[in-house]
Design a binder for this molecule. Structure first.
Ligand SMILES: [Fe+2]
Length: 270
């Protein structure tokens, strides 16, 4: 795909409509068939097989007591939930996956060019962001309870079905009024404004990518700042391949070359 723009990301909603009607105000569901290949189970398989040489893996409810296990903190010998969590072997991590635990892998934007491209596109309008992968192996895998984030969230669905609950309330209130419940599928996008309460229920194996950003300081509709890619100091994506893959133009083959061919041969009575 050529350069990804914010317009492509929001398609078919225009950026203009997005900022005027949804930004900071209400969630937006875009059901469509786009960006399904951002990070799928095949990618997850390759990534997790590099364990323990990966960064930032988190396992939700790893001890069935609602504790989140954090690989980074274990590696840095930092306290998590007031304790030093044990290092887990690859086999233990795999067994937790088989048991149905949800895995969260933060800072995955450089795993795929398309993810970095999406970050560049959204960072024209927002501050620096990151992409976190949320993966669950089966139904009823425990995810986060209803909560509100301090970032603008763009949730790209790539595998399985995910049930969402969006609450009317924003941070500072208690999440009690369900505004909308819906199920999203691969290719769908959900936008959740900063501080709005939301919750995920896993109804089967699924992957979604939360690409989230802070707002630029003092950003407003009246005085809207747009950053160009050149002004963005995010590390760019380099193409390290010594040989570029040149796409050859596809020549459509004419199967029936005779211009007066009326019917396929096998239909002819011999
Ligand atoms: Fe969230």
């Amino acid at each position: 795909m050529d350069k990804v723009t914010f317009k492509d990301i929001l398609d078919p909603v225009s950026p203009d409509t997005f900022f005027k009607e949804y930004w900071g105000k209400k969630h937006l569901i875009i059901r469509r068939n786009k960006f399904k290949d951002l990070f799928n189970f095949e990618d997850l398989n390759n990534y997790l097989n590099q364990y323990p040489d990966i960064k930032g893996l988190q396992i939700l409810n790893y001890d069935n007591k609602d504790t989140r296990w954090c690989l980074d903190k274990v590696k840095k010998k930092q306290l998590n939930h007031g304790v030093h969590q044990p290092m887990l072997s690859k086999d233990q991590v795999y067994k937790l996956w088989l048991q149905g635990k949800t895995f969260v892998i933060p800072l995955m934007e450089y795993q795929k060019k398309s993810l970095v491209d999406i970050c560049f596109a959204i960072e024209q309008y927002f501050g620096t962001g990151q992409a976190n992968v949320y993966a669950s192996p089966k139904a009823n895998s425990k995810s986060f309870p209803a909560h509100a984030d301090s970032t603008e969230n763009f949730l790209f669905h790539t595998e399985g079905k995910t049930k969402w609950t969006i609450y009317k309330e924003f941070k500072g209130e208690k999440p009690k009024t369900v505004l909308e419940q819906f199920i999203l599928e691969p290719g769908d996008l959900l936008y959740i404004p900063t501080h709005q309460y939301h919750e995920v229920n896993t109804i089967g194996a699924r992957i979604l990518i939360s690409v989230h950003f802070k707002n630029k300081p003092n950003q407003s509709l009246e005085k809207f700042a747009i950053t160009s890619d050149k002004q963005n100091n995010r590390n760019k994506w380099y193409d390290w391949r010594p040989y570029r893959i040149v796409k050859k133009p596809v020549i459509k083959e004419r199967l029936m070359n005779k211009s007066n061919w009326s019917k396929p041969y096998f239909n002819k009575k011999i």
